[in-house]
Every structure is written in structure tokens, then in C-alpha cells.
Design a binder for this molecule. Structure first.
Ligand code: ASP
Ligand code: MG
Length: 420
């Protein structure tokens, strides 16, 4: 069997949903699980609803939510004829769940409400797309992934309970694949043992698709995107960004880890563990070859450039000239864990410790306050982190020309620089 994943951009308009159907049609005779994201920018719009609700701006929350409702109903109306009423009532069920909540006052933590509200994006998109596929003869069945994937209750960053979810996958999805052939479900979301919805981190649908590929022993995973495949740089930042037709797991995992927006960083492990190849293909032109990612070793890769803006450099210096290594021992990492901060670069000196992190203003201020009990803390914001894998001196010179370099780290053929 195969797993396909369609991102939000591939279902962001009527035309695109039709193009997605044309791709699905070509595999409609195979056993296939299709994971689909929320339509277009729905997840961002739902985040605004959650923020308004939690900020006790009920009218605002309801207005924002109504706009999302209207959009989805109109998409369903334009796509569906005989399946419209059934789909409308399925959508209405999801709407009601959220509306009930919006009329209440928040009593739990923000992340809990975020997940209850935001998870609906993928439920709506998959319900509509599944109904449309059936209507145009691409026979499939829709399932609520929250009945299959169980997670812990670390809302917004939930971890999948692998054993339980595997059993459910075998119990629920396997037989449907055998009897119906195509199963359509959501990425990014799961549920706790108390049936509360959870999310797996933004852009987490790639990861869900990889989890299913692993659990179902898929022959391959194909991620359909609006780019030609994996490029050696972000085409929005570099006009000359070029397609890389073949990569290995490690290379892609590192690119994602350093911040490339190719795929979710957690996607690779479930695939690597079962040696399942991943194809990144362009839904705008499925005849393009795309990128294949597998286990092999690949020679002569071009320089791969990853740029992360909005970086913050934190420098902690011991107040009394004691060696930083005597104090650091685990302390920084405990704090990072507590604040869910992942440092992008760290560096130890004699009496100071430097790290570069993404700018989450609220977290950084409390973290700095915490650290300032023990250390002299200095913060510099608005920096850019450039990572170049397989770098050449020319590329490095070009990217740093006229820039002030604050930090540089080099390891094998990867270089990372922080510039002002
Ligand atoms: N819809 C979610 C997001 O935009 C998950 C995904 O698309 O991967 O983050
Ligand atoms: Mg997406």
C-alpha cells in the first residue's frame, strides 16, 4: 500500500481540489491512505479564533469562526451535489462542538483550547474532499483520525502513544484498506485517552503521514506540495534555488532541523526506521519528477542554504568568574525543556554560555529573568541564522558580504553563522 499527503495549498480552492482529485484518480485502484491538511490558511484563521476566545473577546471569536464556517460551506456547496446534505450535516456537527465552547468562558489553559478549536480545520477539509472524491467516482472512506491516533495531553505538541495507535491502525485502517481501497484522514491531530483533541505541532501533517506509512508498512510516502520538489534553498529567498532530485534521510532531516520549510522535522524517523522511500512531488504538475528521499548515499550535493530570521542571541556570563561548565551542568537544558525552547546553536566559553533561539518574546523574557538570578544575561534580537550544508567559500562569502558576523560554527562540511 501507499500513503499520500496533500498539504493545505493543494486543497485551497475549488480548482486545486479538482486537480488533487485528478491525482488521486490515478491511484484509485490501489490500496492507499491519504492524509490531507486543513484548506489553505485555515489553521492560521482558527488560531485567531482561539486567541480571541481566550482573550474573552467572544463576539470577535464568533465572527472569525463564522467566516471559516461560511467558507467551508461554500466550498462544499460548489463541489458537491448528491453528497452535499450528508456532508453539510457532518460539518455542522464539527461546528457545533466549537460553538458550544465559544459561548463558555475559558477555565483551562490556553493550549488545551487551542487544540480543541484548531483541530477542526483538518476535519472539515477531509470531510469535504472525501465526499467530493466519492461523488466523482474515486471511492473512498473517511475516518476521524482521533479514533485511531492516541497521544498524551501535551497540548499543541502532543506525542503519539505508539503501541496503542498501532493497534488501532491495524484494527480500523487495515480492514478498510482491504475492503474499500482508499482511506482519507486528517494529519496533525490526535486525541487523548479522555477523548480530548490534541495537535502534534504546526505543519505536523507530514509527520502523521509518515507515522501511518510506518505502521502500515507502506511501500512509499508521497508528499504533494506546491513546489517542484526539495530545492537547495527557499525560492522565496533565492531566485536561483534549484531542485535536488535525490537526497537521503539524514540530509533531509538535517535540513528540516536547521529550519528549512521542506517537511516537518519529525517526518523522517518513522520512514527511516522501516526504510520507506519518500517522494516530494508537485501537485501543480504531477508529470515533474520531484525529489526522492531514501537510505542511500548521495554524492556531489550542491550547497544547501537554510535561513532563519528572527533569531535571538542569549549570552549568560557567570557573575563571579566561576567556570561556566561548573554551573551549566544541565541547568540550561532543564530550563530550555521547561520553556519548550530548542536552541538552534549553543557555544561554551570559559565563563560564558551563548545560545541562539527562535524569538518567542514571552518565553524569552521569563527565561531571561530566571537566568538572571544566577548569571549576567545579555540579549540581542533581530538576528539571522544561516546554515550552509556542503558549503563552498564562494557561497559563504556571498552570503556574509557586508554583514556583521556574531557567531560562526563549522562542523564537517556544514557551517552556521549568526549575522546582524
Ligand atoms: N494544518 C496544519 C498547519 O497548517 C498542519 C499541516 O498542514 O501540516 O500547521
Ligand atoms: Mg501545511
Amino acid at each position: 500500500m501507499k500513503v499520500y499527503k496533500f498539504g493545505g495549498a493543494s486543497v485551497s480552492s475549488i480548482e486545486r481540489i479538482k486537480a488533487t482529485a485528478a491525482i488521486a484518480k490515478t491511484v484509485s485502484e490501489e490500496l492507499i491512505l491519504i492524509v490531507i491538511s486543513a484548506m489553505g490558511k485555515t489553521t492560521n484563521a482558527l488560531e485567531r479564533v482561539a486567541e480571541a476566545f481566550y482573550g474573552k473577546q467572544r463576539d470577535e471569536a464568533i465572527n472569525l469562526f463564522t467566516a471559516i464556517k461560511v467558507d467551508h460551506l461554500s466550498t462544499a456547496k460548489q463541489l458537491l451535489a448528491q453528497n452535499y446534505l450528508e456532508t453539510e450535516s457532518r460539518l455542522a456537527g464539527f461546528f457545533t462542538e466549537i460553538e458550544w465552547m465559544l459561548y463558555d468562558n475559558p477555565v483551562r489553559e490556553y493550549d488545551y483550547y487551542y487544540d480543541q478549536i484548531v483541530c477542526i480545520g483538518e476535519l472539515l477539509s477531509t470531510a469535504i474532499v472525501s465526499a467530493y472524491f466519492n461523488e466523482v467516482g474515486i471511492t473512498n472512506t473517511w475516518i476521524d483520525v482521533r479514533d485511531v491516533l492516541r497521544s498524551d495531553d501535551e497540548f499543541r505538541e502532543a506525542t503519539i502513544d505508539w503501541n496503542f495507535s498501532l493497534q488501532r491502525t491495524e484494527l480500523i485502517i487495515q480492514p478498510l484498506l482491504q475492503s474499500i481501497g482508499m482511506v482519507i484522514t486528517q494529519g496533525f491531530i490526535a486525541a487523548t485517552d479522555e477523548n480530548e483533541s490534541t495537535t502534534l505541532g504546526r505543519e505536523g501533517s507530514d509527520y502523521t503521514a509518515a507515522v501511518f506509512a510506518n505502521m502500515l508498512n507502506a511501500e512509499s510516502l508521497t508528499i504533494w506540495k506546491d513546489v517542484k520538489g526539495v530545492l537547495n534553498a527557499d525560492p522565496r529567498q533565492f531566485k536561483e534555488a534549484a531542485l535536488i532530485s535525490e537526497l537521503n534521510y539524514k540530509e533531509v532531516l538535517e535540513m528540516a532541523y536547521y529550519g528549512a520549510q521542506v517537511i516537518h522535522p519529525k517526518t523522517i524517523k518513522p520512514l527511516q526506521n522501516k526504510n520507506i522511500p519518500m517522494y516530494v512531488k508537485c501537485f501543480l504538475d504531477s508529470s515533474l519528477p520531484g525529489t526522492i528521499i531514501h537510505d542511500g548515499s548521495i554524492k556531489a550535493l550542491p550547497p544547501i542554504i537554510v535561513i532563519k530570521t528572527e533569531q535571538v542571541l542569549l549570552q549568560m556570563t557567570s557573575n563571579d568568574f566561576s567556570f561556566i561548565s561548573d554551573q551549566v551542568d544541565g541547568q540550561f537544558y532543564r530550563l530550555f525543556q521547561q520553556y519548550h525552547i530548542k536552541p538552534n546553536i549553543t557555544q561554551n566559553g570559559a565563563i560564558s554560555f551563548v545560545c541562539v533561539i527562535d524569538d518567542h518574546a514571552e518565553k524569552i523574557n521569563t527565561l531571561a529573568l530566571d537566568l538572571s538570578q544566577t548569571f549576567n544575561v545579555q540579549i540581542e534580537k533581530n538576528l539571522t541564522l544561516i546554515t550552509i550544508k556542503h558549503y563552498t567559500q564562494d557561497v559563504l562569502d556571498e552570503l556574509t558580504l557586508g554583514k556583521h558576523i556574531l557567531l560562526k560554527q563549522q562542523w564537517q562540511d556544514t557551517v552556521q553563522i549568526v549575522i546582524r
